[in-house]
Structure formats: C-alpha cells, structure tokens
Design a protein around this ligand. Structure first.
Ligand SMILES: C[S@@+](CC[C@H](N)C(=O)[O-])C[C@H]1O[C@@H](n2cnc3c(N)ncnc32)[C@H](O)[C@@H]1O
Length: 301
C-alpha cells in the first residue's frame, strides 16, 4: 500500500480499481517493505496493553484486520501463541494472506500445518464474519487510510471486541511525509502517485491526525475510553533506504501493470522515469531521509 502505506507501493497502484489490483503480480521488493513490519516496530503503542491483558489471561485472542501479508499478525502470534493465545488474520485480498503462512514458519519456526497459533480468512473490515465480543484485541495497521467509512470499520472492530478488550489502530498521515533531499522526482511521486491516488479513492491523506475523530465517531463520543499517540515512520538508514526505494521503484514505477494504470490516470512515461531516477539517487545518498507521522489510537471496550 503506498508509499507507504498510504504509501505502500501496492496501494499506490489502485487508483481506479480500488483493491481489485492483481496483487499476485507485485514484485518481491514490495512485499519486503510490508514484511519488514512486526508488532515491535509497528504496534509498540499497543504492547504495554497487550502485556497487561496477557497477564490477566495468557490465552489472548487477537484479530488483525487488513493484515496484508500478515507479518505483524505473525509477530503477535509469536507473542501470544506459547501461552495458548490465538491470532486471526483477515484481509480483503487473499493473495496477501497466503504469504503470511509461510512467513510464520520462516521467521518464527512455527510449522504451517503443525500449529494453530494463527488462522487466515478473507473478509472485509466493514463486515467482519464474527459474532459480537469474539476477541480480546482487534488491531489494524495502515488500513483505514485506504477506505471510505473509516469510523464504520472501527465500529465493526469494536463490535467484535470483548468487553474489557481493546481496539488498536495506527494510520500514516500522508501529508506529513517529508524527504531530504527534496528531489523534484520524489516530490512529483508524493503528489501524483501517493496523495492523488488516495484522494481519487475517496480516502484520506490526513488519516494520522483524523484517527481520533473516527475513533470518537465509532465509540459514541466517549473520549475517556480512548488513548491517542503519535509516532514517526523513518526510512533513513542505508538498508531501510534501499528496501524502501526498491519497493517504490519496482512496485509503482517499473511494474508494467502499475505503469499502465498510472498512464490511464494521466501520468506521463517521462514523469515515471524521473520519479524512478530520483528514488535511485535518494537510496544512495548518505544525507537522504524519509519520515512520516503516524497516528495511533487505543479504544477500550
Ligand atoms: C497497507 S496494507 C497493510 C497491511 C498490514 N496491515 C501491514 O501493515 O503490513 C493494507 C491492507 O489492508 C487491506 N484492506 C484494505 N481495505 C480493507 C478492508 N476494507 N477490509 C479488509 N482488508 C482491507 C489491503 O488488502 C491490504 O492488504
């Protein structure tokens, strides 16, 4: 999903087709960006609450909505699985979830068919196929920004959360994404492939700062049950820059399916070449940085 996630490279491609893009054609470099994510680096704001709930009940149940290739779900499973906890990963796109099974085995040594620490299901966050009060923790990361009706998704997540449990969400704020150096090709990429794509989808480029307002809409306006925080996404160390640039170049600029979709939405071949060259220059410069503010909420049920 687009530059990040708003910006996640895969989402950068779906201006006209919503989530119907054929994710199976996306290159490994795009998945590498997603699969770099863990509970520790992407849901740190939730971990103290998770530990607290786990002390009361070691067999925690976690639902990860819009789990993608499920690297965060797998890392949740690695935390709660040994104590009898279970993770359910759902995504609207089945291609993404298939990768999660392999990841759990490769990264954490949990045999794909030998354990039931994690299960995968195709489902839309607007209509979760679970009964009320089914999970202790219901989590999403970089999902609301790609949707209309963000508060409805949070409301649905609250519905399936047990009393005493928590909904956790983290969303990037695309308008706070900044680069150094300000190469014209990168600025063009930000405006034409990220901001424009999200707006065309009717979603929000200010999700980080809007998240609390959606949480209030979802829980009937009870501010006392919501904690909000902000963290910063940074892809500035040499290895991070390489991973990020490869995701952008091969996901959004070199992929023929995506190029075709970009051309249909009015982006010139020459502009895409300029963007690609800018990412390649950026990845190799020692002074290069990228950061973006992330909004976070915890909603107690
Ligand atoms: C940017 S990716 C994030 C994936 C994962 N949460 C992570 O952070 O790596 C967004 C994911 O949300 C999924 N998604 C978007 N809208 C959804 C919806 N309404 N219901 C379920 N999944 C959705 C997409 O298919 C995609 O896999």
């Amino acid at each position: 999903m687009s530059q990040a996630d708003q910006t996640d490279p895969a989402n950068a491609t779906v201006a006209e087709t919503g989530h119907k893009v054929d994710w199976s054609t996306l290159p490994e470099d795009v998945f590498r960006v997603f699969e770099h994510r863990t509970a520790q680096n992407s849901a740190a704001y939730l971990l103290p609450t998770l530990k607290e709930l786990q002390q009361r009940n070691p067999a925690l149940t976690i639902l990860d909505v819009g789990a993608g290739s499920a690297s965060i779900s797998a890392s949740f499973a690695n935390i709660v699985g040994p104590g009898g906890g279970r993770v359910t990963a759902v995504d609207i796109n089945p291609v993404m979830l298939q990768r999660g099974k392999k990841l759990l085995a490769d990264r954490y040594g949990v045999p794909i068919d030998g354990e039931d620490w994690i299960t995968f299901l195709t489902a839309d966050g607007h209509h979760l196929p679970f009964q009320d009060a089914s999970f202790d923790i219901v989590h999403c990361h970089q999902v609301l920004a790609h949707n209309k009706g963000q508060a409805e998704i949070l409301r649905e997540m609250l519905r399936v959360t047990k009393p005493g449990g928590v909904v956790a969400a983290r969303e990037g704020d695309m308008e706070t994404e900044v680069f150094w150096p300000p190469l014209p090709g990168l600025l063009k990429f930000h405006e034409d492939l990220e901001v424009r794509v999200i707006r065309a989808r009717g979603a929000s480029t200010q999700s980080g700062r809007q998240l609390l307002s959606w949480a209030l809409e979802a829980n009937g306006g009870d501010r006392s049950k919501i904690t909000t925080s902000f963290s910063v996404w940074s892809y500035s160390e040499p290895e991070e820059r390489k991973m990020w640039a490869a995701g952008m170049v091969n996901g959004a600029l070199n992929n023929p399916q995506v190029r075709e979709s970009n051309i249909k939405s009015g982006i010139l071949e020459a502009d895409m070449d300029e963007m690609r060259d800018a990412w390649l220059e950026w990845q190799d410069r020692d002074d290069a940085t990228l950061s973006m503010v992330q909004g976070e909420v915890l909603i107690k049920k």
